[in-house]
Design a binder for this molecule. Structure first.
Ligand code: NAD
Length: 268
């Protein structure tokens, strides 16, 4: 099989650089273009040098359509939610699979992703680590097994620069818990408590910690009368997201058009 020609969007960001570094040891493909926003101070610099590896003859540029026209099999988007609709549109038009790791996506953007999925394989993955993919499935099963008297609370922590809260991963875990309880996150979520507010039965609560250089911590607590059950995941290295995204991206290029998620790769 020929190497998967991969375009990284958000290439000069924390995740973009990590992806370019990890792709140096990726057996399935290679990075053919590095895209970032036009007003990035890094425009024109070599993406390999930015990523801390040797020069790769990949100057950072802002024209995704041009990169796709030059030949691509996969786009991996770790940029900003404002960029994602355009990226989805460009991939649907060019017939290229897209993995969106960017978080903070609105319902309107998710609808756009569903529309693009009619034409190309699309994966929306708020967390591309293997551990969290498995955790989400465990949360779904535990929520289904325990009675509603067990209150569900999700606590997450990230570095001080994170833009969205609660994290996309926390919301994914909340959605898994809601699914286990045969409801929706929209109906069950309590996104923050301040002042006096009594807990509703069946509520799925979220609490957020931001600070330092935390890579990502998630704890799902099932708090019952007289006992508690906890499931959690701690990321200590951003490379787990990059390696998972490359693995999932390679898998995605072999799928027919449609909507996919990380749990499709790692069924428990
Ligand atoms: P970052 O701020 O370090 O990098 C984002 C990059 O995207 C920057 O280089 C920025 O210039 C670029 N960008 C912004 N707007 C753009 C546009 N319109 N077009 C092209 N590039 C654009 O952030 P990060 O820590 O690398 O995270 C990026 C995204 O990935 C965030 O949404 C974050 O929550 C998410 N994330 C997901 C996972 C996962 O496992 N799915 C893991 C970590 C981070």
């Amino acid at each position: 099989m020929s190497a998967i020609r991969t375009v990284i969007v958000g290439a000069s960001g924390r995740m973009g650089r990590t992806l370019i570094r990890c792709a140096q040891h990726w057996p399935d493909g290679r990075v053919v273009a590095a895209i970032d926003r036009a007003d990035s101070p890094e425009m024109g610099r070599d993406a390999g040098e930015l990523a801390g590896v040797s020069a790769l003859s990949l100057p950072l540029h802002a024209d995704l359509n041009q990169a796709l026209a030059n030949g691509a099999d996969l786009v991996i988007d770790f940029s900003a939610a404002t960029a994602t609709p355009g990226n989805l549109e460009a991939c649907a038009t060019a017939g290229v699979a897209i993995l969106v790791g960017t978080t903070g996506l609105s319902d309107a953007i998710k609808s756009k992703a569903a529309a693009a999925a009619a034409r190309v394989p699309v994966m929306i993955a708020a967390n591309t680590s293997l551990g969290v993919a498995v955790l989400a499935q465990l949360v779904r099963r535990v929520a289904a097994a325990l009675p509603v008297e067990f209150d569900i609370e999700i606590i997450e922590g990230h570095h001080r620069h994170k833009k969205d809260a609660p994290s996309g991963t926390a919301l994914t875990l909340g959605a898994a818990a809601a699914e286990g309880r045969a409801t929706t996150l929209q109906a069950a979520a309590q996104l923050g408590r301040s002042g006096a507010s009594e807990r509703r039965q069946g509520e799925i609560g979220f609490a957020v910690v931001r600070g330092g250089d935390l890579v990502g911590e998630h704890l799902v607590r099932f708090l019952g009368p007289g006992e508690q059950l906890e499931l959690g995941h701690v990321a200590t290295d951003r490379e787990i997201f990059a390696r998972g995204a490359l693995q999932a991206g390679a898998w995605l290029t072999r799928q027919p058009p449609g909507s996919y998620q990380m749990s499709d790769l790692f069924p428990v």
